[in-house]
Design a protein around this ligand. Structure first.
Ligand code: SF4
Length: 198
């Protein structure tokens, strides 16, 4: 079974040759801003379940998420959906309750709602776990001083678009010999110094 995630699909749709790096077992690189993002996730998640309140996050107090990720790749937040006998897709949610899943994004500038609405990560999560009716984006600056909450309904159109996007990725995998290394993208590519091409 080939298990695909948003990151793997996004990499191979953006630059198909990244699939070859993955097949060689190369690890992606963690950049400094990613480490900080993970720390911010932990702070927000601990606040949401009341494990450790942070005064910067008071405006989140009305949110009710019964489950949040408490370790990296936390199995209690793992959702999978099989597509056929060969492929399935997985995601680790930042958190969830009965009807909503949570997505936390921190950055400078913070992610605008319009970008979240367009994002295939949101649509893919909606497809993998159709029991959720709404996504909630917590978007904040890296210092967590500016923080906004955006609820976003999940639709059948989102799920249909996610499935088409997944099929596009699988088409690339199935025809990978046609996809050679092309110029471009290296900046921000997850493989960075691990890449076999650079
Ligand atoms: S670092 Fe550049 S060449 Fe290597 S996988 Fe990423 S985009 Fe491709």
């Amino acid at each position: 079974m080939i298990v695909l995630s948003y990151t793997v699909l996004n990499n191979l749709i953006t630059q198909p040759h990244t699939w070859l790096n993955r097949q060689m077992g190369l690890e992606t690189v963690e950049y400094g801003y990613m480490t900080q993002g993970k720390e911010n996730h932990k702070i927000i998640q601990a606040h949401l379940i009341g494990a450790k309140r942070d005064p910067r996050l008071e405006r989140l107090n009305g949110l009710k998420f019964t489950t949040v990720e408490t370790t990296e790749k936390d199995k209690k937040t793992l959702f999978t959906r099989a597509l056929d006998k060969k492929y399935s897709i997985k995601t680790y949610m930042d958190g969830f309750n009965k009807t909503q899943f949570l997505e936390i994004k921190t950055g400078n500038p913070p992610m605008p709602f319009s970008k979240f609405v367009r994002s295939y990560q949101r649509k893919l999560n909606a497809f993998i776990a159709p029991q959720f009716k709404e996504a909630v984006l917590i978007s904040a600056t890296r210092d967590l001083k500016k923080i906004t909450v955006y609820p976003c309904p999940l639709t059948e159109k989102d799920r249909a678009e996610a499935l088409e996007w997944v099929k596009k990725g699988i088409h690339i995998i199935e025809n990978i010999k046609q996809f050679r290394k092309e110029e471009g993208r290296c900046q921000g590519c997850g493989y960075g110094s691990q890449c076999q091409y650079t």
